[in-house]
Design a protein around this ligand. Structure first.
Ligand SMILES: Nc1ncnc2c1ncn2[C@@H]1O[C@H](COP(=O)(O)OP(=O)(O)O)[C@@H](O)[C@H]1O
Ligand SMILES: Cc1cn([C@H]2C[C@H](O)[C@@H](COP(=O)(O)OP(=O)(O)O)O2)c(=O)[nH]c1=O
Length: 191
């Protein structure tokens, strides 16, 4: 099963990924953790480019969208193989991040046509002000108005694609419990 956590910068994806992975492993299942952008040369290039002052320029954004699509294409064989062997793939982000952060829905869908759809997407919905407070504003993507736009796009995607939405404004343990309640029945596990 391919499970993905989505949400704006600072929503708690990395924190919850680790807790969820440990809980699933403690229940005796094998988990493969992935994240986007990856640690591949493409992913490292993306992270470098995100620091650029031009990160939000339209042309730059098109290049980033292509790089994000290329970066995730490298993951697809791994995800397919892990699913075939019955392992759980837990991902921090997916191609839905490109639909939320980059512009041109049809084009984004086209360049991501080889991206696998997660079997379960959990959106960590966080108030933008809290996200800004949690992030050091390390890259251009962490500006309040920009993040609020992204947050609203995620909520629209959630409605269109059946994401499970978790209130990420709560404490870490409460968010973790809410995520477990969603994942447990999908994996035939008890909480
Ligand atoms: N539920 C929470 N309440 C308060 N702070 C949190 C919560 N979840 C995560 N954090 C903190 O917010 C920051 C961003 O969390 P992180 O998991 O890295 O988010 P993301 O991966 O979505 O950017 C970290 O400093 C983390 O310790
Ligand atoms: C995967 C992906 C990430 N991003 C953005 C979201 C983040 O601002 C940035 C780096 O992702 P990430 O390291 O996950 O940031 P964070 O942990 O703060 O959420 O890249 C896109 O714009 N498009 C994408 O397709």
């Amino acid at each position: 099963m391919y499970i993905c956590l989505e949400g704006i910068d600072g929503a708690g994806k990395s924190t919850q990924m680790e807790r969820l992975a440990q809980w699933i492993e403690n229940c005796g299942l094998t988990v493969t953790r992935i994240r986007e952008p990856t640690d591949s040369p493409v992913g490292l290039l993306i992270r470098e480019m995100l620091q650029s002052p031009q990160a939000q320029d339209e042309g730059f954004q098109r290049t980033l969208a292509l790089l994000f699509a290329a970066d995730r294409t490298l993951l697809m064989d791994t995800i397919s193989n892990e699913k075939e062997t019955g392992r759980i793939v837990l991902s921090d982000r997916s191609f839905y991040s490109s639909l939320a952060y980059q512009n041109g829905e049809e084009w984004i869908a086209q360049i991501n046509q080889y991206a696998l759809e997660p079997d379960l997407v959990i959106l960590l919905d966080l108030e933008t002000e809290k996200a800004i407070a949690r992030c050091e504003g390390t890259d251009k993507f962490e500006e309040a108005t920009f993040l609020e736009t992204i947050r609203q796009r995620y909520l629209k995607l959630a409605q269109e694609h059946g994401f499970m939405v978790v209130n990420a404004n709560n404490g870490v343990n409460k968010v973790h419990e809410d995520i477990k309640r969603i994942v447990a029945p999908k994996l035939g596990m008890c909480i």
